[in-house]
Design a protein around this ligand. Structure first.
Ligand code: FAD
Length: 383
C-alpha cells in the first residue's frame, strides 16, 4: 500500500496548515486560558465546509476521504487540539446520521451540520458506562408515535454549544446468550434529541481540552417523535462499530506530537548553555531524533488506517495500532519537549504545557488504549 499523498492532498495540507497558522495559532493560548469555545474558528471552517469534510456533496459536505480527514485533524491539532475534537464529534454524529438515518433526518440536519451551523454532540458514555457501553442505563420507551427518554449522558463534548445530541439509550433486552451483565450490546438504539431537552448536571474543570467542555447532562421524561430514531432499533452499537470516524483520534495525536517536536527543534538550536546550543548535547539530540521518529511512525500508521477506511477494508487492526501509537507519541513528545525546554517549558510562556495537558486526554477518550490493546491482540492472534 502506498502511503504517499497525492499532489492534491499535499495542496490540501498546505491550505489547512496556512489556515491553522493564521487563524488558530495567534489565539490558541488565549482560548485555552479563558476556556472559550473556538466558535469563530469553527464557523470559518464551516464556511469552507471543512467541518463536513467526509460527508457527501449531496448532503452539503466536501465528499473527501479519511486521508483528507486525517490531514485536516493533524493540522488543526498542531495548533489547538480541542478545535479538532469539536469538529470530529460533530462530524461523527453527522456520519452516523448520513449512514443510518432516515432520508428526512438527513435532509433536515446534514447541510447545517456540514457547515457547523447546526452543531452535533455525542451522548454515548454514561457514569457507569465508560469503556463498557453495554452497561448503559438510559432508557427509551415507545409510547404511540413517541419515544420517552430517561437517564443521563456523561462527557458530551460540544454540548454547551450544541443543537442536537445523538443519544444512545436502551430500548430492549440485550443478547441473552452471553449471560453477562449488559449482554452483547444489542437492545441499544440511537436518537437525535434536541440539546435543549437536557439539563446540565456537571461541567467539569479538566486538565486539558479546556476550550471545549464535555459536561454530564440528564434527561427526564423527554419525548421525541418516533422518526428521531437513527438506524435500526436495538442495533445502534453494532451500526456504530461499522464506521471509521475513529481515525480522528490518532490524527489528533500526530498533530500534538508534531507541534511538540517543531517547538523543541527551534528551542534546541536557540537556547545555549555551557557555550553551546542545547540541541548539540548528544543526549538532547538523540531525544529529538526519537521525537521525530514518533511523529513519522504515528503519521504513517494513521494514514495507513485512513487508507484502509477509504478502501472500505476492515480497519480494526490498523486503527487500534494507530490509536495506541499516535496518542502515546503525543504524550511522550510533549513530555520530552517539556524536559528540553527546562523551567520555561513548565510555564504558560510556551505552548508545551498545553500540549502535555491536551495530549493526556487522547489515551483515555475514544476508548482507553487498554481496550484498543485488547482489539489489537485479538486481531493479531486471530490471523
Ligand atoms: C474530555 C472527555 C471528552 C469525552 N467526550 C465524549 C463524547 O463526546 N461522547 C461520549 O459519549 N463520550 C465521551 N468521552 C468518554 C470517553 O470515551 C470515556 O471516558 C472513555 O471511553 C473511558 O470511559 P471512563 O472514563 O468511564 O473510564 P473507565 O471505563 O472507568 O476505565 C478507567 C480505566 O480502566 C482501565 N480499563 C477499562 N476497561 C479496561 C479493559 N477492558 N482492559 C484493561 N483496562 C481497562 C483503563 O485504564 C481505563 O482508562 C469523553 C471523555 C473525556 C474525558
Amino acid at each position: 500500500m502506498s502511503l504517499d499523498l497525492t499532489d492534491e492532498q499535499r495542496e490540501f495540507r498546505a491550505d489547512v496548515r496556512a489556515f491553522a497558522n493564521e487563524e488558530i495559532a495567534p489565539v490558541a493560548g488565549e482560548l485555552d486560558r479563558n476556556e472559550q469555545y473556538p466558535e469563530e474558528i469553527l464557523a470559518a471552517l464551516g464556511k469552507e465546509r471543512l467541518t463536513g469534510i467526509t460527508l457527501s456533496e449531496g448532503h452539503g459536505g466536501l465528499g473527501k476521504g479519511h486521508v483528507e480527514l486525517a490531514i485536516l485533524i493533524e493540522e488543526l491539532s498542531a495548533e489547538l487540539m480541542p478545535v479538532a475534537s469539536a469538529l470530529a464529534l460533530n462530524l461523527g454524529v453527522a456520519t452516523v446520521l448520513e449512514r443510518f438515518g432516515s432520508e428526512e433526518l438527513r435532509r433536515k440536519f446534514l447541510p447545517g451540520m456540514a457547515r457547523f451551523e447546526t452543531i452535533g454532540a455525542l451522548g454515548l458514555s454514561e457514569g457507569e458506562a465508560g469503556s463498557d457501553k453495554r452497561a448503559m442505563v438510559t432508557t427509551a420507551e415507545k409510547q404511540g408515535e413517541e419515544w420517552i427518554l430517561d437517564g443521563h449522558k456523561q462527557w458530551v463534548t460540544n454540548f454547551l454549544d450544541a443543537d442536537v445530541v445523538l443519544t444512545y439509550a436502551r430500548t430492549g433486552a440485550s443478547g441473552e446468550e452471553s449471560g453477562r451483565e449488559g449482554g452483547d450490546g444489542g437492545g441499544i438504539s440511537a436518537f437525535l434529541v434536541p440539546a435543549d431537552a437536557f439539563e446540565v448536571e456537571e461541567v467539569w474543570d479538566t486538565l486539558g481540552a479546556r476550550s471545549v467542555k464535555s459536561p454530564r447532562v440528564s434527561l427526564t421524561d423527554v419525548r421525541v417523535p418516533a422518526d428521531r430514531l437513527v438506524g435500526t432499533e436495538g442495533q445502534a452499537l453494532a451500526e456504530r462499530g461499522r464506521l471509521d470516524t475513529g481515525v480522528n483520534l490518532p490524527a489528533r495525536g500526530v498533530g500534538i506530537a508534531r507541534a511538540a517536536l517543531e517547538d523543541t527543534v527551534a528551542y534546541g538550536s536557540e537556547r545555549e548553555q555551557f557555550g553551546q546550543s542545547i540541541g548539540d548535547f548528544q543526549g538532547v539530540g538523540w531525544t529529538i531524533g526519537e521525537m521525530a521518529t514518533r511523529v513519522d511512525t504515528a503519521r504513517l500508521l494513521t494514514l495507513r488506517a485512513a487508507k484502509c477506511a477509504d478502501r472500505e477494508a476492515d480497519t480494526a487492526r490498523e486503527l487500534s495500532m494507530a490509536k495506541i501509537h499516535a496518542t502515546e507519541a503525543a504524550v511522550a513528545n510533549a513530555n520530552d519537549a517539556m524536559q528540553i525546554h527546562g523551567g520555561i517549558g513548565y510555564t504558560t510562556e510556551h505552548d508545551i504545557e498545553r500540549y502535555l495537558r491536551d495530549a493526556r486526554l487522547l489515551t483515555i477518550a475514544g476508548g482507553p488504549n487498554e481496550l484498543h490493546r485488547n482489539t489489537l491482540a485479538e486481531t493479531v492472534l486471530s490471523n
